[in-house]
Design a protein around this ligand. Structure first.
Ligand SMILES: *Cc1c(COP(=O)(O)O)cnc(C)c1O
Length: 428
């Protein structure tokens, strides 16, 4: 495979951009490859600078649930552009998208738009603290909620371990305000909430773990969080930046029928443009400025191009049967992986929730970050490189998920399964 142009661009990029990338995992460091520079994409296909074509399961890390360059989204952006690119004043488009979001997501009565998932979670945390007058927050190991200071904490696996900064630059004083617990562990969260519940502003969780590889919640976990937070007067935040409009129109809260107090959205809601959102009940959202004292703002928030892309996206997703068809496609891919793993005898776990797939190279079932870390990373690297060679574009990390889009057709799925079989055979 000729990667000359990607290679040349990478060498240029690393001179002026840290690691040559504007988001670290794009650098492919953990799998020992250099990044592909992308020229263009269409449907489920992505094309690199050298003209190599790949079936794309990254989907820009989740947003491209319709595939790339969906005509409705493209046209909506083009139409909005004719009216101007940003006004810093309210537009009808914000109302339209807000109405669609509130209609779709069960727990949201009011919504505020921001520019990224990071901003959404950061703002939701501030709101939770402002509304409760408490400082502590609880998160779960392996859940990613963007790169805000308080959320970068990844404390060890001990019970209620109080903060170790997950990154230099995060003051210890911030990290101390974050309690990090193992995902899916109902005992530990119960202990912490019983002991310190009255100090805890919120519990934030990915209702389906998507940033340590795919780790679904065990039965009862989300209900347990709902019950505990209700008892202590803490707010429950579902970070649905991945799951929102992905696993169902109403996200994981609709799928599992559990109402959080606050919801954060991103990725799909922007149709490939930079958008995030957070929201909850009228009462909670009334704390946000200018209605209330909790400050949060944005020069480009509610940007008309981004709102238009989001509106077109949600219109497409609300077509009858959209999720059934998408999930069937993903199910076929899951079955293909299972069969291939069975045939080759590779120690691996295949998981799927709706159109999100996970593959861990480990013998043991994966319910949390510690389980995920038992995966054989060398085997993943060889698998990643092999798949790329076969024309399959995957996220360059064992701890990421695969996203199937509506543009993946049976022939793409069968081609992917054949590629996986060929690659896994070389790993035995
Ligand atoms: C991607 C992601 C974020 C951060 O969103 P950005 O738009 O990258 O800032 C937050 N939470 C979850 C669950 C995510 O997957």
């Amino acid at each position: 495979m000729n990667l000359q142009k990607s290679q040349a661009l990478y060498e240029q990029a690393i001179k002026i951009i840290p690691g040559g990338v504007n988001s670290p995992v794009r650098a492919c460091k953990s799998v020992g490859c250099d990044p592909l520079f992308i020229e263009k994409a269409d449907g489920c296909m992505i094309v690199d600078a050298d003209g190599n074509r790949y079936i794309d399961y990254v989907g820009s890390w989740g947003p491209m649930i319709l595939g790339h360059r969906h005509p409705s989204v493209q046209n909506a952006i083009a139409r909005a552009m004719e009216r101007g690119t940003s006004f810093g004043a309210p537009t009808d488009l914000e109302i339209q998208l807000a109405e669609m979001v509130v209609a779709a997501v069960p727990s949201m009565q009011r919504v505020r738009f921001v520019n990224s998932g990071t901003e959404a979670t950061m703002s939701a945390i501030r709101l939770a603290r402002g509304a409760t007058g408490r400082d502590l927050i609880v998160k779960f190991e392996g859940c990613y909620h963007g790169h805000a200071d308080t959320l970068l904490v990844d404390a060890g696996s001990g019970v209620a371990t109080l903060g170790i900064p997950g990154s230099p630059g995060v003051p210890a004083g911030f990290a101390e305000k974050t309690i990090s617990l193992p995902y899916n562990d109902m005992e530990q969260i119960t202990t912490v909430m019983k002991a310190r519940g009255s100090e805890i502003a919120c519990v934030i969780v990915e209702p389906i773990g998507g940033n340590m590889g795919l780790v679904p919640p065990v039965a009862g976990f989300l209900q347990c969080l709902r019950d505990l937070t209700q008892e202590t007067g803490s707010l429950l935040i579902f970070d649905e930046v991945i799951t929102g409009f992905r696993v169902a129109m109403g996200g994981a809260q609709e799928m599992y029928d559990i109402m959080p107090d606050l919801t954060t959205l991103g990725k799909i809601i922007g149709g490939g443009m930079p958008v995030g959102a957070y929201g909850g009940s009228h009462e909670i959202m009334s704390h946000i400025a200018p209605d209330g004292p909790v400050y949060q703002a944005g020069t480009l928030s509610g940007n008309p191009l981004a709102m238009s892309a989001g509106i077109a996206m949600l219109q497409e997703l609300s077509r009858p049967g959209f999720y059934d068809t998408l999930n069937q496609t993903a199910q076929r891919l899951e079955e293909g992986f299972r069969q291939t793993i069975y045939e080759t005898g590779i120690p691996a776990q295949v998981g799927r929730v709706a159109s999100i797939l996970g593959l861990f190279f480990t013998k043991q079932a994966v319910h949390n970050l510690a389980d995920a870390k038992t995966a054989d990373l060398d085997m993943f690297s060889a698998y990643y490189a092999g798949m790329r060679e076969q024309g399959i574009y995957l996220a360059p990390s064992q701890f990421e998920s695969m996203f199937v889009s509506a543009a993946h057709k049976p022939e793409h799925i069968e081609h992917t399964i054949d590629a996986a079989r060929a690659v896994l055979k070389t790993l035995t």
